[in-house]
Write a new protein. Structure first.
Length: 77
């Protein structure tokens, strides 16, 4: 499933202090990523937030990927 995250993610200093959110909501990309990292499934997230779509959740993941794509790598050791 190819999703263009720009269709689903926005940032406005007046909404959630400018954090990236799913358009039309106050649900941050950060919140979605936290839920996924804690083991929630996409289906559980949609059940908790029925006004967001599966594509919007994928857009959050793609946004995060693109955000770190050009980051400088540092040794974690």
């Amino acid at each position: 499933m190819k999703t263009d995250w720009k269709k689903f993610i926005s940032s406005d200093p007046k909404i959630m202090l400018g954090k990236p959110v799913i358009k039309g909501t106050r649900i941050t990309v950060e919140l979605i990523l936290e839920k996924l990292a804690e083991g929630e499934t996409i289906e559980q997230i949609i059940e908790s937030h029925p006004h967001i779509s599966r594509k919007a959740i994928y857009a959050c993941i793609l946004f995060a990927k693109d955000s770190v794509k050009n980051e400088t790598a540092f040794s974690l050791a």
